[in-house]
Structure formats: C-alpha cells, structure tokens
Ligand binder design. Structure first.
Ligand code: ZN
Length: 322
C-alpha cells in the first residue's frame, strides 16, 4: 500500500530513481504507463501498491480486461471454508513503544468476521466458479514476540521473509496454507525497501516447509504520520496504530484475493482490490475526541479504507458488498 502523500505513480517514479522533481517525474511516469497501457502492455502487482510491466512468464489465464475495473488472472484465492487465519509476529518492544497498540489490533482482527466490510472480499473467487470464493471469516490464531529485535532496527525484505520463515520453522507458528502472517514493527524500526516513502505496508508469499505462506509487513505509522496515517487524532487515541489498522486491512484483503500475486488485479495498472481504493473512506462519523471513523467493530471505532467490490457490470469502492 502506497503512502497517502504520494500517488501510485510517484511511488513508481521514486522506486525507479527517476525523480528530478517528484511531480515532473510522476507526470512522466504516468504518461509512460498510460502509453504502455494503450499499447497493450500488461501490468502485474508487486504487492506494494503499484504495478510493474509484466514479464511473459507472469501472465497466465485470462488477461483480457473484463471492464469492471478488476481482472482475474487464473491463480488461487484464499477460499478455505474456515476463512483466513491470522498470525502476528510483534517485532520490537510494543509494550513500551506503543502501550495500547497490541490491544487495538487484536480487537480489530477479532471482530472482522461477518462485517459488511469484509463481505466485499466474498466477491472474489477462483476458476470462474463464484462459490470458490473468499469467505467472510477471519480468525486470530497465533501471536509471537521478538521484543529484542533479533534482526535489528532496519529490516530488508529478505530479513522480513526470514523472520516469518524462522517463526514457522522454530514452531512458534504452524505452517498454515490458510494463514496470513503479519510482521508488525514498532515505530523505531524501518523497512529499508521503502517504508514511509514508497509504501506503508506490503504483502507477498514464499514457501516454508513445503507450504505456500502468505505474509505481510506493516510498520507503526507513528514513524511517518503524514505519509501512513489518515489523521493526527484517531478513534483509539493512537494515531500510529489506528493508521496501521487500515493498512493491515488493505494487505489482508489483498492477501485473501491475490495471495500468490497471480489472481485478481487490474490488468492495465497492476492494482489489486485495495490498491484501487487506498486512502478513500466514504462516509465518516465523528468520534468523541473529534477524529473520524467509519466502522464500529466490537468495542472499537476505526477509520478503514474502502475496498473494491467485484461487481458486474462495473465495480466500485465501497464499505459494503451491496
Ligand atoms: Zn496494496
């Protein structure tokens, strides 16, 4: 998921090192990609909130745009009857860095199942069979802790993968093909491939113990409130973690609907479902402290970005399926 202070195009430009001035580069990049799209160049998702031109081997299934704003490319979705199992590796000293943080995220994940919002993901299915779809079920199955930051405070993508892999091979977590494993880092931790500048979080997959493991990085938005949180005052009086909440939902719904980066995205842009609605919230209400929120899940209010409804003839960003 890209930061709110830059557009998806700017993120691409920065990643490619094209920025002389960000806006000029963004304009060039946008023009270049529009031209590629017009010439039929197909894009694939990176999991970081922007697409890149496809290599031939990355294209499978039907890559013809179906005109509703999101396209199916032949890969699996997370369609288990029991839903998505969430595992959290808390990295850093959460108790001291953000004392209310863990409770906010736990309360959110425990209250997603059955919400009108998560029901949007049931519109995504595989093999062109609508009953082989994502279920409106999310369970918090496991938590583990790396308080001492065993790999330091500047994590590369490879180190993030290793942290997840080690948590599984050491037995802290099971190897669960229906799992989504989140590495959530405290605000004193950076992710060096672009946290706060190119992205606020990302998702991808890897193989551990012969199991396809879906995992995601999301850092405490307190590190860069203006880039990775929607507001400075927040419903749970923790702007960084309340910002993370929306990013976690973004990555969770992309992991569910495009777990191996070969199922659902918009062919012309490489954007997955949540990318299409990033930093949009629909109708909001005011919490007692003056902050905005748009859902009440269990005991808490949250401001969560909208998600793309895979509806015919045209999709849309919304907070509910219908
Ligand atoms: Zn995304």
């Amino acid at each position: 998921m890209h930061p709110r202070s830059s557009t998806v195009w700017m993120a691409c430009a920065l990643m490619l090192g094209l920025a002389s001035t960000a806006q000029a580069a963004a304009t060039r990049e946008k023009a270049s990609q529009a031209s590629e799209a017009a010439q039929g160049v197909q894009m694939v998702p990176t999991g970081k909130g922007y697409g890149v031109p496809a290599q031939g081997y990355q294209l499978q299934g039907n890559n013809a745009p179906d005109a509703n704003g999101i396209d199916y490319h032949g890969g699996p979705v997370m369609k288990a009857k029991g839903g998505q199992k969430i595992y959290i590796l808390w990295y850093g000293d959460w108790d001291n860095q953000s004392p209310t943080g863990k409770g906010i995220i736990r309360d959110m994940i425990k209250n997603i199942t059955g919400t009108p919002y998560y029901n949007i993901n049931t519109t995504y299915y595989q093999d062109n069979v609508p009953t082989k779809n994502v279920k409106n079920i999310v369970k918090l199955k496991g938590e583990a802790y790396d308080v001492a930051k065993s790999m330091g405070s500047a994590l590369s993508d490879t180190q993030i993968r290793t942290l997840i892999s080690n948590a599984i091979t050491s037995g802290k977590f099971p190897a669960d093909k229906n799992g989504i494993y989140f590495l959530l880092t405290t605000k004193d931790v950076n992710a060096t491939s672009g946290f706060c500048t190119a992205y606020c979080g990302w998702h991808t997959h890897t193989s551990v113990l012969s199991t396809d493991i879906k995992y995601s990085f999301v850092g405490d938005a307190a590190r860069c409130i203006s880039a990775c949180a929607a507001q400075n005052t927040s419903p749970n009086d923790n702007p960084g973690v309340d910002g993370m909440a929306s990013v976690i939902m973004h990555e969770m719904e992309e992991a569910a609907t495009d777990p191996d980066l070969n199922a659902w995205w918009q062919t012309s842009t490489g954007m997955e479902n949540a990318d299409k609605c990033a930093w949009t919230f629909g109708t909001t209400l005011k919490a007692p402290n003056g902050s905005d929120y748009n859902v009440q899940w269990g005991p808490r209010k949250f401001l969560i970005q909208r998600n793309w409804v895979n509806a015919a003839p045209s999709g849309r960003c919304d907070m509910k399926k219908s």
